[in-house]
Ligand binder design. Structure first.
Ligand code: 5GP
Ligand code: MG
Length: 197
């Protein structure tokens, strides 16, 4: 009997380990949208160079899936922007690193980030990139929150619009957890698991 109870508890903890998560965008929807946007990018940059700059770490999944759907030759670079850090869902100071060593003069740039929230991160990144005299700068985000914003800047490509919730999965983290999930999720009742607090 004790063994049965143990097996039941073990199986339920495995099966329901992520039952605090609510799926917002499925892997199939992401994959379909990435193919569509890749076809548009292929057309827009036909016969031109393209340098993709991946904003670490959140853009890792969308970037790696997108570049594999592109047919045009792409140079991949990366930079880092962080404003959340280890404290989870509360915003800290924006830190941008990794731009100094990039030579972007006269290049077509496509910056890829995970999510467009207030827009401050992407607006700041674009301003910093313009100082490097590229030929063009466009931006792509996996997600944009449907919220009022102070900035009038908008990404050139937004794959999905979502509500104003804290998002994890497909590159996005909560305290460095959940980046490896194949879909986009929010916490049920917008409450992160207490064990991670
Ligand atoms: P923004 O500057 O647009 O307000 O914030 C953009 C950055 O904040 C994103 O690149 C992302 O790293 C982080 N961020 C904003 N909203 C969320 C969210 O709901 N979940 C996660 N994991 N990160 C977010
Ligand atoms: Mg980010």
């Amino acid at each position: 009997m004790k063994l049965l109870i143990f097996i039941f508890l073990f199986l339920s903890s495995v099966c329901f380990a992520d039952n605090n998560l609510e799926l917002l965008v499925s892997p199939e929807e992401i994959s379909k949208k990435i193919k569509e946007v890749a076809a548009t990018i292929d057309q827009q940059y036909a016969d031109q160079d393209l340098t993709v700059i991946m904003v670490m770490k959140g853009a890792v999944c969308v970037t790696s899936d997108l570049i594999r759907q592109l047919h045009i030759p792409v140079t991949l670079e990366y930079m880092k922007a962080s404003s959340y850090g280890k404290n989870g869902t509360s915003r800290g100071e924006l830190r941008i690193t990794g731009l100094d060593t990039l030579d972007l003069t006269n290049k077509n740039i496509l910056v890829i980030d995970d999510i467009f929230d207030s827009g401050f991160t992407m607006e700041t990144i674009v301003q910093r990139l313009q100082e490097k005299k590229p030929k063009s700068v466009k931006t792509l985000v996996l997600l944009a929150k449907k919220i009022p914003r102070e900035t009038s800047y908008r990404p050139d490509f937004t794959l999905f619009e979502i509500g104003n919730r804290f998002i994890v999965g497909y590159g996005l983290d909560y305290k460095e957890h959940y980046r490896g999930l194949n879909g986009v999720y929010a916490f049920i009742n917008d409450t992160p698991p207490a064990v991670l607090n």
